[in-house]
Structure formats: structure tokens, C-alpha cells
Design a binder for this molecule. Structure first.
Ligand code: AHR
Length: 497
């Protein structure tokens, strides 16, 4: 039981664009309110933002942050969320059946992003609104001064433009759950016209058109083709969304979830390139995987979290993640990196409390879920270029994906420094040899792993540090070869210098 991995210095996928480590903050449940924002909290700053959460976001290493939704954006009136806070209206959020107080809007959120050191990726509402509202928001956010809406922003206390480069043209418009959802043809037309108008204001904007909400949507593939036929020359990215969960106690299939993500990416790339070739375009559309994570959606569908009441910041979608979930998440991130030539941007959905790596208790602690660790270590160690390694390894049998490789891996390299990220999907330890001779490295500078005898162990409010990183004992580098034994069901990272 052994895996042989060889790294060819020339097998470059792409230089690392930090946007691959993006995240997502939606006005949903306790992500914003009682999550990043809690004015009464002991660590809150003058804007009401919890600084203990800011510290964890910095440690997580998330870069571009998508905002303010998600399904929420399809009913959002952005004008409600700017100006004097005591005059902002309370509205019903139909997407999550809760009350939106608008105490946090784009101006506050931009100030929060300065604390976390992240870039804002903004979504416009194409569900209940359209071109005019999108253009107004763009003017409010990005125009320097001397127009009605830019001067309004200045009067509201934000003299410098937000200068937001990446904009999403709506959210999941293929989903019947979406407020104002549309056919691909209708959405393609409105998205093209909105994109054209936004680029008339600023041709340097990077626009993301909605792709499919998951690879299991009945319209998957056709949706991308139709939407891109309308929008190809006006947009830069097409979005992909994917959530995974263990179903029916089938851990083996669950651990191979990244095979679905790989299929998803390949299908969207093929479809986008097909449309591009048909249109004789010189341009390539990139993928923005702007929602990806583990989400126990089936369980939430059956729960009573969204009931008849209109509540403020209810506890919604608060999944508590296990070691197995963290291993799958680490593998999904490996897959995104392996496809980084086309997946130029990605957002872990979401950031705080709602299907999130960071949890908080009102008036209390903030802590790291198991899934925090693979993300933060990968974001910290992945530097320079992504290299696609050759992996010779056996397979194991899964119900959903057939035979799946036991080990997956990706490598990054940056002038004398490198990092190898590894997943063992199998139930037994496996010895791995990684030939890194071409990378010009001499020593192991860090070797960590996430695993546990109990693959369902979790961090909770009561036991916040039950699961963490462990040193990868016994990893050696000799004659250009790293030798290591990966624990069963584990995610690992080895930094070399
Ligand atoms: O991230 C949670 C929800 O998942 C988002 O609001 C929506 O876009 C997706 O269905």
C-alpha cells in the first residue's frame, strides 16, 4: 500500500492568484448580525465589528469576499443599507424568511474588509431589480465624486470610492428557490444588457455571470451554453456552486466528493470553450467557483429553522463540521488549485456561523471549526505556481463514483520553497513518496496533518479545541524524495525550503 508522486517543474497549471482563497459573507442567519457584527460584544470596535472574529478571518487567510448574497441579494434594495443607520428601514428577507435591519451595508462592510485585508466582490440584484439599480450601486461604490450617488457616498462618510473590481450578475438564477428566477434565455438577455451597461461605465470591471447552482441541476450544461451565448463578449467569469455532504452513512463516496467537483469544472470549461469557438471569440471565460463547501442541506431542509416567524439573525445553516468534513474540504481546495488555469477565483461559502469555518457565540467566544485548518494552512503555504503532480496510487471502491484514487495531491512552488498538499481518502495508513528533486528544496520546514481516531470528532462551543492540526510525525526528505505515512482519512501539508 504505497503511493508514488512525482513533480515535474514544467507541469505548471498557473501562477497562484490569491482570489482562489476567497470567501463569502451573506446577510443570512448569524453570518453578519451576531457574527462579524455585534456592537455589544467585548471585542467590538467603533463600527460594531467583533475584533476576535477579524483576527480569525486574518488567520484563515481568506482573500476576496463575495457579498451580500447569495439568495439574499435577489430581494435586496441596496439603498436601504447606506446613510444614517437610525433611518435605515427594516425589511423582510424572503430568501431566508427573516428580518433585515440594514445596520450593515456596503460602506460598513468595506471598512470591515480593510480590517481583514480582503477584497470585496459585490453581487447585484437581478431577481427583483435590474440594470438601473445595478448602475446606481456601481456609481455609488466606484465613482470618485461629483455625481449624485458618489456625492451621497461621500456625505455618508466614505470619501474614497470602494473601487470594486469583481461583480456578480445576480445569484443562482437557475434555481426555482431564487426570488425572480428565470429561464436561461431570459437570464442570458438581462445579464448581457446589465453587463454591457456596467462596462460602459467602467470597461475594466470583471463580471461574473451565473452558471449552475450545482452539477445536479436538470438544466446543468444547457444553462451555461445558453447564458454564455448571450453574454460571452460582455462577461469575464461564469460561476459554479457546489456543496457536498455525507449521505446515507456512505463515508467512502463522501471522501471522493472532489471527483464531482472535477467533473463539474471540466464540463463548464468544455461548454464555455464550445460557445467561444462557435462565436469565433479570441477570449476565454474563466470560472468563478464562488460557492463551495460542505453543507448538510438535506438535514436543513427537514429542520424547522425556517418556520413561519420573521426573526432577526436566527440560527440558520449552522453546520458543525467533523474531521471527515475537513478532509473533504481540503480535497476540494486541492481540486480548485489543480484547475487554477481556469478556476481563477473561488469563494468558500460561507465565512462565519452559516456553513462556516468560524463560529461565534453572542457575547461569548469565537472558535475554529475543523474545516478552518486545511483552508488556513493552504492559503498560508501555497505560493508561486501550482504544479500538477503525477500520482501513481491504488483505488478503492465507492458507491457513487466507482473506483476512486486513494490519494490526491497538488504542489505549489516558489523559487526554492514549495508545498505539497495531500489527502488520504482510505481507511488505512498509506506510505507516500513524493519526488521533489526538481524543486530545488533541501529541507522540510513544516509538516502538519488533520486526522483523528474518530472521523466524526468536532469542535463545539463546549469543546472548542477538540480537533486541531497535528505534526506529521516521521516525514523525511532524503535524496530529493519526501517519504511520509499519511494517517487514514487525513489531510496533510508539507512545506519545503
Ligand atoms: O450559501 C448558502 C446559499 O446557497 C446561498 O444563499 C445560495 O446562493 C446557495 O443556494
Amino acid at each position: 500500500n504505497k503511493a508514488l508522486i512525482s513533480v515535474d517543474r514544467e507541469a505548471v497549471v498557473a501562477p497562484i492568484n490569491r482570489r482562489i482563497f476567497g470567501s463569502f459573507v451573506e446577510h443570512l442567519g448569524r453570518c453578519v448580525y451576531d457574527g462579524i457584527y455585534e456592537p455589544g460584544h467585548a471585542t467590538a470596535n467603533e463600527d460594531g465589528f467583533r475584533m476576535d472574529v477579524v483576527d480569525l478571518v486574518r488567520e484563515l487567510g481568506s482573500t476576496t469576499i463575495r457579498y451580500p448574497g447569495g439568495n439574499f441579494v435577489s430581494g435586496f434594495r441596496w439603498e436601504d443599507s447606506v446613510g444614517p443607520r437610525d433611518r435605515r428601514p427594516v425589511r423582510r428577507d424572503l430568501a431566508w424568511h427573516s428580518l433585515e435591519t440594514n445596520q450593515v451595508g456596503v460602506d460598513e462592510f468595506s471598512r470591515w474588509l480593510k480590517l481583514t485585508g480582503s477584497e470585496l466582490m459585490m453581487a447585484v440584484n437581478l431577481g427583483t431589480r435590474g440594470i438601473e439599480a445595478a448602475l446606481d450601486l456601481l456609481e455609488y461604490c466606484n465613482h470618485p465624486s461629483g455625481t449624485a450617488l458618489s456625492d451621497q457616498r461621500i456625505a455618508n462618510g466614505t470619501p474614497e470610492p470602494h473601487d470594486i473590481r469583481m461583480w456578480c450578475l445576480g445569484n443562482e438564477m437557475d434555481g426555482p428557490w431564487q426570488t425572480g428566477y428565470m429561464t436561461a434565455d431570459d437570464y442570458g438577455k438581462i445579464a448581457a444588457r446589465t453587463a454591457q451597461a456596467m462596462k460602459a461605465a467602467d470597461k475594466g470591471l470583471e463580471l461574473v455571470v451565473c452558471g449552475s447552482s450545482s452539477s445536479s441541476m436538470p438544466t446543468f450544461g444547457d444553462w451555461e451554453r445558453t447564458v454564455l451565448e448571450h453574454t460571452y463578449e460582455h462577461v469575464d467569469f461564469i460561476s459554479c456552486h457546489a456543496y457536498y455532504q455525507e449521505r446515507g452513512d456512505d463515508l467512502d463516496s463522501y471522501l471522493a466528493s472532489s471527483l464531482d467537483m472535477q467533473y463539474f469544472i471540466e464540463t463548464v470549461v468544455a461548454t464555455a470553450d464550445h460557445v467561444g469557438n462557435k462565436l469565433k471569440s479570441k477570449k476565454k471565460i474563466q470560472l468563478s467557483f464562488d460557492e463551495w463547501n460542505i453543507w448538510y442541506l438535506d438535514e436543513h431542509r427537514e429542520s424547522d429553522e425556517v418556520n413561519g416567524e420573521w426573526r432577526y439573525a436566527p440560527r440558520q445553516l449552522e453546520d458543525v463540521y467533523s474531521v471527515a468534513d475537513a478532509v473533504v474540504l481540503g480535497n476540494l481546495l486541492i481540486t480548485l488549485l489543480k484547475n487554477h488555469d481556469r478556476v481563477a477565483s473561488a469563494s468558500l461559502a460561507q465565512l462565519v456561523n452559516v456553513i462556516a469555518p468560524i463560529m461565534t457565540e453572542p457575547g461569548g467566544d469565537a472558535w475554529r471549526q475543523t474545516t478552518f485548518f486545511p483552508f488556513s494552512v493552504t492559503s498560508r503555504l501555497a505560493r508561486g505556481e501550482v504544479l500538477r503532480p503525477r500520482i501513481d496510487v491504488g483505488t478503492y471502491s465507492t458507491e457513487v463514483y466507482g473506483d476512486a484514487p486513494l490519494v490526491d495531491s497538488v504542489v505549489t512552488s516558489d523559487e526554492g520553497a514549495a508545498a505539497v498538499f495531500l489527502v488520504n481518502r482510505g481507511r488505512t495508513p498509506i506510505e507516500v513518496q513524493v519526488d521533489v528533486a526538481q524543486l530545488g528544496v533541501n529541507e522540510i520546514t513544516e509538516a502538519v496533518s488533520l486526522f483523528d481516531d474518530d472521523v466524526y470528532a468536532k469542535n463545539t462551543l463546549a469543546e472548542q479545541d477538540r480537533v486541531g492540526l497535528t505534526g506529521l510525525v516521521g516525514a523525511t526528505l532524503a535524496d530529493g524524495v519526501v517519504t511520509v505515512t499519511l494517517p487514514p482519512v487525513s489531510w496533510s501539508a508539507i512545506a519545503l525550503g
